[in-house]
Design a protein around this ligand. Structure first.
Ligand SMILES: Nc1ncnc2c1ncn2[C@@H]1O[C@H](COP(=O)(O)OP(=O)(O)OP(=O)(O)O)[C@@H](O)[C@H]1O
Ligand SMILES: [Mg+2]
Length: 145
């Protein structure tokens, strides 16, 4: 089923957002995120995988390394950087990834009780959602909500 909004006589397709989450560590979140994303991309769907785990394993498993000057999800969440600036290519033209980076652990710690923080990623995803059929999010263990 596709997500879409109607504006006037036009219809804009919105990518379906799927967060892979489980509070338990080592339960297959990253494995599921990467393989489900890859399977959809191989089927010709435009897929964006967001690595929201400071461990960064989903982006790393796709060969995406982050140098100090490269922007990541952390820079988006703390402000000043658009999500689109952090999108990286993978081995497939239909498959893109946003690395989180280890600094995400700092963000988690500093904003754990901030209700607005929970909406930051949602707001940013809205800005790129039309470009993808699917947006998958690999979440960290112990994520409260
Ligand atoms: N379906 C599966 N069957 C067997 N082993 C699996 C399966 N899925 C994942 N694993 C293995 O389980 C381990 C943990 O997987 P993974 O890293 O995907 O978990 P995770 O939930 O992302 O962990 P974390 O909470 O640390 O982020 C890995 O060694 C992985 O190869
Ligand atoms: Mg993981």
């Amino acid at each position: 089923m596709e997500c879409a909004i109607r504006i006037g006589r036009g219809v804009i397709s919105l990518g379906r957002i799927i967060a892979i989450g489980n509070r338990k560590g080592g339960s297959g979140k990253t494995t599921t995120s990467v393989n489900l994303s890859a399977a959809l991309a191989h089927k010709g769907r435009n897929v964006l995988l967001v690595d929201a785990d400071p461990q960064g394993h989903s982006a790393l498993s796709l060969g995406t390394h982050v140098t100090p000057e490269q922007k990541t999800l952390f820079d988006v969440l703390v402000g000043g950087v658009g999500l689109q600036e952090t999108v990286r290519d993978t081995y497939l033209s239909t498959f893109h990834v946003i690395p989180g980076g280890s600094k995400l652990a700092t963000f988690e710690r500093d904003h754990a009780t901030d209700p607005a923080a929970k909406l930051m990623l949602a707001d940013q995803l809205d800005s790129v959602r039309e470009q993808y059929d699917y947006v998958l999010i690999d979440t960290p263990p112990r994520l409260a909500s």
